[in-house]
Design a protein around this ligand. Structure first.
Ligand SMILES: C[S@@+](CC[C@H](N)C(=O)[O-])C[C@H]1O[C@@H](n2cnc3c(N)ncnc32)[C@H](O)[C@@H]1O
Length: 242
């Protein structure tokens, strides 16, 4: 079977897998938690692993957004959706810009941190880019404490094209810090159909390890219950740089 990545060769299909309209509630929660108390003009926001810019699509009303991602194909998609945002290629573990932001968001791209070293490097990236007094919100999909196998079927059409996708998320070795997500896409354009496999290796750490690493980096950490409550998302880590 053909193999390809939804973040690279198949990036043009990403909006069918993860439509922007699915992000309204998430973005509203992130906006509320990241909004600075004091109002001194439009605050700046840096997003790590910003993908298609689906969160930023809503957040840009309240924040001046700088969006960063390791994939230039995803940034191109985001630039088309959010032409007024700044877009920069960058790995969240090593990014180093020469400025600081009022707020930093790292959402579901955090799952691509697969070792403790990756986590700590990313915490240092956030520290480097957050102004003293600024807030950062980390929203990983899963914690090791509450992970369980899940599979789901995605269906979408955009007029010309149709996608069906089986997503299967499982952990073959619970003793390591990784789990797997296999996607099998059926991609149809007119009467042409392709079947493509896309395997993602993702990271799994306890909530306690996230919290400890953030505190060791210097942040004040608050665990916020995810009020949206969909069963696949865990608590949020809201941090402040003193
Ligand atoms: C699920 S998408 C993010 C979608 C995003 N929340 C949105 O609102 O559109 C995950 C993103 O993480 C990015 N990514 C994976 N590893 C990364 C890394 N080390 N540094 C930066 N981005 C990374 C991928 O390229 C992908 O665009």
């Amino acid at each position: 079977m053909e193999s390809a990545s939804i973040y690279r060769e198949l990036a043009d299909w990403y909006p069918l897998l993860d439509p922007v309209t699915d992000h309204t509630e998430d973005a509203e929660l992130f906006r509320r938690l990241l909004q600075p108390n004091e109002s001194t003009g439009q605050p700046t926001l840096l997003e790590l692993a910003s993908g298609a810019g689906n969160n930023a699509h809503y957040l840009q009303r309240d924040f001046r957004c700088t969006l960063t991602d390791i994939s230039k194909e995803m940034l191109e998609l985001s630039s088309r959706q959010n032409p007024d945002c700044e877009h920069l290629v960058g790995d969240m573990r090593t990014l180093k810009l020469d400025r600081q932001f009022d707020a930093i968001l790292a959402h579901d791209g955090l799952v691509y941190l697969t070792s403790q070293d990756d986590l700590y490097l990313t915490f240092r990236t956030i520290w480097h880019h957050l102004r003293p007094g600024g807030r950062t919100l980390l929203a990983p999909d899963y914690y090791a404490d509450s992970f369980s196998e899940v599979s789901e079927l995605h269906r979408a059409n955009d007029g010309e094209r149709s996608l069906r996708c089986l997503e299967w998320c499982y952990d073959p070795d619970p003793t390591d810090t990784e789990y797997l997500v296999d996607y099998v896409y059926l991609l149809r354009e007119g009467s042409d159909t392709r079947v493509v496999h896309d395997r993602h290796v993702e990271g799994l750490f306890s909530l306690d390890l996230w919290r400890r690493g953030l505190r060791e980096t210097g942040f004040e950490v608050e665990v916020v219950e995810n009020s949206l409550g969909p069963d696949r998302y865990g608590d949020l880590l809201l941090c402040r740089r003193p």
